[in-house]
Design a protein around this ligand. Structure first.
Ligand code: HSE
Length: 337
């Protein structure tokens, strides 16, 4: 029986969320999918690293991290770690860096080139190099799976790629950032912007640098990934018109409410005559609009298609275990195919 070697690169909110699910579901994963795993390495930038080809205890690692202990000195680089012979699947949960994609991009490339599979929620490499990474993966018979980059664990990427294969998607509209939607909801409930943002950070929704969320970058990257996967159009971030929510005041939100409307950060991608028009912007939506009732860290997207007309996906858009679930579904897909 194959025992799959896992390697975590990064071990923040999402990595720990996945680790918790793996600890809790270990026996179920074996009985349902025949999936047995060993954690070969956990490599972090700020909390040290640990490697053991015989397997590490994830519950012990979680316990140590929760008690602010470091895992040990880094004696091996992330690139060296992913090349260890015992590693089969690399979990890139390093923070999103939209400028360089690093450190996730180099590690991902190296892993795929060495025939390791990569599962990730890291939007940097997918934003900057999706086409390349898929090509490298196919050349080396490895898989690059990134369900967690859009709508956290709510199925979107794999649903569109696999279950809706053959369907032409001409338009996608929705709420794709959990942090900003949570902030807007809490501001409607009376909180100040800064306090609402702090809550979103404490709940593990926000990016390591929350400017990525509030200035609309995170939503724009998701638009970019959606355009490539759902519509086969690789667009650059600068092609997306982007406005965030950091300029919004409580009075703007109260004014919208007084007019029976809610302000939402709406992402929109329209394909027309082969051209893509993409935007992220706060929009005041009447209470009767389906997106108006999507609150908290919940996300929703409506896909306009030829064969199915409109398909709407709604569910958690951020969170530790919610995004961990996306990584788990990608791991299971690799293991069972
Ligand atoms: N910071 C992101 C969000 C995490 O709030 O949507 C999930 O991609």
């Amino acid at each position: 029986m194959k025992v799959w070697g896992l390697c975590f690169i990064g071990f923040g909110n999402v990595g720990q969320g996945l680790a918790r699910i793996l600890v809790r579901e270990e026996e179920n994963l074996f009985s349902h999918f025949g999936f047995r795993f060993k954690t070969i390495a956990v490599v972090t930038k700020s909390k040290g690293s640990r490697v053991d080809p015989n397997g590490l205890s994830l519950s012990k690692l979680l316990d140590e991290i929760n008690h602010d202990q470091t895992l040990g000195p880094c004696t091996i680089t992330p690139e060296e770690t992913v090349c260890l012979p015992e590693v089969d699947i690399v979990i890139d949960v390093t923070p999103t860096n939209l400028k360089s994609g690093e450190p996730g991009l180099s590690v991902t490339k190296k892993a795929l080139q060495r025939g390791r599979h990569v599962v990730t929620s890291n939007k940097g490499p997918a934003s900057l190099a999706l086409k390349d990474l898929l090509k490298i993966a196919s050349e080396h018979k490895s898989k690059y799976r990134f369900e967690g980059t859009v709508l956290s664990g709510t199925p979107a990427i794999n649903l569109a790629r696999e279950s809706m294969a053959g369907c032409h998607i001409t338009e996608v509209q929705g709420i794709v950032n959990g942090t900003t939607n949570y902030i807007l909801t809490r501001m409607e409930e009376g909180l100040e912007y800064d306090d609402a943002l702090k809550e979103a950070q404490a709940l593990g929704y926000a990016e390591a640098n929350p400017e990525g969320d509030v200035d609309g970058w995170d939503a724009a990257v998701k638009v970019q990934i959606i355009a490539s996967v759902f519509m086969g159009k690789y667009i650059s971030l600068k092609d997306i018109s982007r406005v965030g929510i950091s300029g919004l005041k409580r009075k703007d939100i109260e004014k919208a409410l007084s007019q029976n409307e809610r302000i939402k950060l709406v992402a929109k991608i329209v394909q027309n005559s082969g051209q893509i028009f993409a935007s992220v912007a706060p929009v005041s939506l009447p209470f009767s609009h389906p997106l108006s009732g999507v609150n908290g860290a919940t996300n929703a997207i409506t896909l306009t298609t030829d064969n199915l007309k409109d398909v709407t996906i709604i569910g958690p858009g951020a969170g530790r275990e919610e995004t961990g679930q996306a990584l788990l579904s990608d791991i299971i897909s690799i293991v069972t195919h």
